[in-house]
Design a protein around this ligand. Sequence first.
Ligand SMILES: O=C1O[C@H](COP(=O)(O)O)[C@@H](O)[C@H](O)[C@H]1O
Length: 232
Amino acid sequence: MASTLHSFANAAELAANLADKVSGALSAAIAARGEASIAVSGGSTPKAFFQALSTRDIDWTKVTITLVDERFVPADNPRSNHLLVDGNLLQNKAKAARFVPLYQPAASVEEAAKLATAKSAEIGIPFDVVILGMGGDGHTASFFPGGNNLSVALDAQTPRGIITMDAEGAGEPRLTFTFSALQDAKLLILHIEGEGKKDVLAKAEGNGDEAEMPIRAILRRATSPVEIYWAP
Ligand SMILES: O=C1O[C@H](COP(=O)(O)O)[C@@H](O)[C@H](O)[C@H]1O
């Protein structure tokens, strides 16, 4: 499916525009079905966007928020994506939203993935909004180059849900939604910032294996159009 690049003068402008776009999509879903769902990324990029979105005038009591991926660490760990969402998105008006975490306090990451899959099954299918990020190595969600479960995660036949990922570049073991669960969001956004990430995107858009740059799976095979939001 085609992608469209939206470029902004700076990160603040991007955050405000993306917050408007996403709040419009969530409000439309609430008007149509009485509820809305959004899966967001972690990492260093989304903070300003989360803060902007948290102030938007939406009926947040009807919104379910989850993560596209998470580290297998509890929510008080500084590297937790849940912690980032708690401090920046689940604030202001968005405090009223329901949050479904991927981390579960289980004995193993595999057990946590099963529990998270069961809990997230209540969230509407497909997601109304998915916000993906991208690492400098071309990973998105926790689809890491060299990941032990990468081919399963990227296989369109793998059922929707959360699986585990171990990879050298990942730090901790990860929990990630599968490609099948993310690629058909009604609004599918790739949010990246900086000249370096633009170069990585250009490389990903060229020829090469998906396994080398897993973002290619989204750019090449997502059934929804990919809206790319970029600022220097
Ligand atoms: O590990 C992760 O990294 C990516 C990209 O993060 P960034 O710091 O380069 O913005 C992120 O999209 C993903 O959710 C996160 O777990």
